[in-house]
Design a protein around this ligand. Structure first.
Ligand code: ATP
Ligand code: MG
Length: 423
């Protein structure tokens, strides 16, 4: 191991729990290693999200050896072990059978570490680590059946075995390649790239839920613009989104804050792909992406609201009154939409930002609690009906514009408006 491989690892509760599970298995006469993404991340000096253990112990043995286990994936050889409050996935070494549903192997056969490495997607994801054997370094000993260490050094993502066969087995691996290459700043090996491009259209057959999850994971990372560029280069954007391919650079997406949420990321991606907001195209896109990415109701609403708020800011802000501006600025979608307007039209965004500062500085602020409630109106002798809501809205507008500044002001205005039949 040389330069690019980290010589230190971060001691976390997850790492300690996994190491303890491995020690317990070892004491019981089994082989057990850290496996997959956690080994890759640790060798790269990154803190793994979670630690997975691979072992020759079978699920019944695991449930006997550990007190707190959950067997949700036991038929695939996966048992969850809870230790010191940390849940670790412990999987029996296995060889996967055919993938007829393109989702899960039809059958799994418990097997050797070597075969377990061979079923994994990319060489850098197929490494094992024996944390107890520190003779070679503080991490432990790396066990590499597939040339993963050399690829890790070169920062290359390469399919284990024949790329065409591996892509054909599970087309989702194409998206995993895009996501991991962006996240790790790795290049995708030429033969793997070629296989992904050849199989790009087959992605349409993968479950929309799995596709959506991969896109969510891509968007959750600061490298999202890189991922989107690679998606388009490999011809994967069309099957992912159910649209024709667009290779325009994702410059709006590239300027979002690292922690931007899914809705604003998708909205930025849509704009980068040439969406004209404020047209029926927006609604059509939301419907299309909802099914293409299996968006939840909240995710769909967030995307839709942001896309609708952009033209409201861009076309109407200057002509809106104080109450309408405050109302708009208090909607969930406003700050995300504003971030996108900022990239599209900096001078307008500057004006909006100044206006917002003065709106916030008003005594009532942006979204005060209403001075007058429905109960107050009933107390005044008004009977609930269709006009009620209109009256309350009018009173709230008056409050936002500071025409009323107390509950008494509000009650007086309520009687006036109700009496005049104006509402
Ligand atoms: P992340 O850091 O995003 O979690 P990861 O590589 O750990 O990346 P996981 O989905 O947690 O990804 O999977 C753990 C391991 O399981 C992978 O490192 C890989 O060895 C294997 N794996 C996951 N998905 C596939 C797949 N579709 N085909 C083959 N092997 C897979
Ligand atoms: Mg993982």
């Amino acid at each position: 191991m040389s330069g690019t491989i980290a010589s230190q690892f971060t001691d976390t509760p997850g790492r300690r729990a996994a190491a303890e599970i491995i020690a317990t298995l070892r004491d019981a006469g089994h082989v057990a290693y850290l496996a997959g993404g956690c080994v890759r991340d640790e060798l790269l000096g990154r803190v793994p999200q979670d630690y997975d253990v691979a072992t020759d112990a079978t699920p019944p043995v695991l449930t006997r050896l550990f007190r707190k286990t959950s067997e949700v994936g036991a038929s695939f050889g996966v048992v969850l072990v809870k230790l010191h409050g940390v849940v670790t996935e412990v999987a029996t070494f296995r060889a996967d059978g055919a993938y007829t549903d393109k989702r899960r192997p039809d059958e799994v056969r418990f097997s050797t570490p070597e075969e377990d490495a061979a079923r994994r997607d990319f060489t850098v994801n197929a490494l094992f680590l024996d944390p107890a054997d520190t003779s070679a370094g503080p991490h432990g000993r790396v066990i590499d059946f597939v040339g993963g260490l050399a690829d890790l050094e070169r920062k290359v993502l390469r399919a284990v075995g024949d790329p065409d066969a591996r892509l054909a087995e599970d087309h989702l691996r194409a998206l995993r390649a895009v996501r991991l290459s962006a996240k790790l700043s790795f290049t995708i090996d030429d033969a793997t790239r070629a296989a992904i491009t050849r199989h790009a259209r087959d992605l349409a057959g993968v479950s929309r839920e799995r596709i959506g999850d991969e896109i969510r994971a891509m968007m959750a990372h600061a490298t999202r613009a890189g991922a989107v560029t690679t998606l388009a280069e490999l011809g994967l954007d069309a099957p992912v989104l159910g649209e024709t391919s667009r290779t325009t650079p994702p410059h709006i997406l590239a300027r979002l804050r690292p922690e931007a949420g899914l809705g604003v990321c998708l909205a930025a991606w849509a704009l980068d792909r040439g969406l004209e907001v404020g047209t029926t195209d927006s609604q059509l896109l939301v419907t299309r992406w909802r099914s293409a990415l299996c968006l939840s109701n909240d995710e769909r609403a967030s995307l839709s609201n942001i896309l609708q708020t952009i033209p409201t800011i861009e076309r109407k802000w200057d002509s809106l009154g104080v109450a309408a501006r405050k109302r708009l600025a208090s909607t969930d979608a406003f700050s995300d939409a504003y971030d996108l307007v900022f990239v599209r039209n900096t001078s307008l965004a500057g004006r909006v930002s100044e206006d917002m500062a003065s709106l916030r500085a008003t005594a009532s602020g942006l979204s005060p609690d209403p001075l007058v409630s429905g109960d107050d109106l009933i107390g005044l002798g008004l009977s609930p009906g269709p006009g009620f809501r209109v009256l309350l809205e009018a009173l709230y507008d008056a409050q936002l514009e500071e025409r009323i500044v107390s509950r008494d002001d509000g009650l007086r205005l309520a009687l006036e408006l109700a009496g005049s039949g104006g509402v």
